[in-house]
Design a binder for this molecule. Sequence first.
Ligand SMILES: [Zn+2]
Ligand SMILES: [Zn+2]
Length: 286
Amino acid sequence: MNLNGLVDLHTHTEASVDSTEPAINMCRRALELGLSAYAITDHAECNRWFPIEHYPEAVPNGYDTYDNRQDFERSLAASTELKERFKGKLLVLSGIELGQATHDTASAEKAVSDPRLDIVIGSIHQIRGQDDFAFIKYDQHEADFVPKLLEKNYLELLELARWGKFDVLGHLTYNLRYIEGNYGIKVDMTPYGDIIEEIFKTVIQSGKGIEINTSGLRQNYGKTFPTPEYVKLYRQLGGEILTLGSDAHCAADLGKGIEAGAEIARNAGFRYITYFKERKPEFIKL
Ligand SMILES: [Zn+2]
Ligand SMILES: [Zn+2]
């Protein structure tokens, strides 16, 4: 695989709770793949930014990790150092995947103002009053649980889009990884069409972008987040800023699906793919 000219702008390293890969291994792999730009975007969940004592309502559940500001610091320190170390060989970008920014906008705004950042991905992994999407037992609820959850999810995504202090909105249809991919619950997306259109319009008007997250291609779901028809809709509404990301959590997955993502972008009418340096968009011809 040679991804010369392409980028992978969504990846995780050992500074993320769900990865054990040293960032240096990711950089070496990115170099091997011939990526034009490679961003380290470790998780930092704003609703768990501080130690658990900060959240009197929180019930320890064995899977939520707190004090995410430490992960943020650890990741940025590593990526800033690697950016220097690989200078002239590989464009390493310092990023963050900021989860649930609207649940704690004060912490989110402090985080995104860090001058070391090149790119901020704004994501939602959890909506208010619910577990992280990865840990919900979707088959142990009433039949209307999933439609209600999805409606709240897209409304929270719209709220996030309106907050707007990120560069790209992460994996728009992400929770289908679990709902459809792992639980086999078929989802009718038509009820959320208007909200999704509003999300796109909001992102476009504020000069932000979306990503094609290719992780679903190598998982049970088998498709990108979002699927090609949403990328087309985004383009038709005037969307210009589009990034590609594998969401790799290990070096072996780095760059996976990026060529397929680029093809989806081309088919949707995109002539350029975007990366961010010092929070400013740069365009690469597709
Ligand atoms: Zn994510
Ligand atoms: Zn991610």
